[in-house]
Design a binder for this molecule. Structure first.
Ligand code: ZN
Length: 156
């Protein structure tokens, strides 16, 4: 990846100066969250799809389509789970226990999508590249949680 002013994926893993904010942001900057569940083999795909069912049975979230090819800034096949701020406290720890070795990116949705993916990101497993991060907007409308498309029946 080309080292640029916004790169945080240098070999030393250190943020470059322009990405660092010195003033704390309020929690209210977070309008919603995404979890991206990645897979890169047929076996992992099967696990990922089973996990998708398990998520849908337990959480009021919005399950996105399964992308078998990398899309957008994502370097690997994956699906997205969109959820509101109140769901984070149960859903993310549940993912920690149940991701079965899959790589997961959890990121907030603020007005700054570039920072959300590069700096505000929480990775489980590997840290993957964010493709063309320089193209992500830095001052956009923050994405509100979409209406859930699951009907959970099980306690997580
Ligand atoms: Zn996302």
């Amino acid at each position: 990846m080309r080292p640029g002013p916004n790169s945080v994926h240098g070999p030393d893993g250190v943020y470059s100066a322009p990405m660092i904010r010195t003033t704390p942001q309020p929690l209210a900057a977070i309008a919603s969250f995404h979890a991206h569940i990645y897979f890169d083999s047929a076996a992992q795909r099967e696990i990922a799809l089973a996990l998708r069912e398990q998520i849908g049975a337990r959480f009021a979230v919005t399950l996105g389509r399964v992308h078998d090819r990398p899309v957008g800034p994502h370097a690997r096949a994956m699906y997205q789970v969109a959820f509101d701020v109140a769901t984070f406290g149960n859903f993310v720890p549940w993912l920690m226990l149940n991701r079965q070795g899959l790589t997961v990116l959890v990121h907030p949705n603020t007005r700054d999508q570039r920072r959300d993916h590069l700096v505000h990101a929480l990775w489980m497993g590997e840290v993957l590249d964010i493709v063309d991060a320089d193209g992500l907007p830095t001052d956009d409308e923050a994405e509100l949680p979409p209406p859930p498309n699951t009907q959970p029946t099980l306690a997580p």
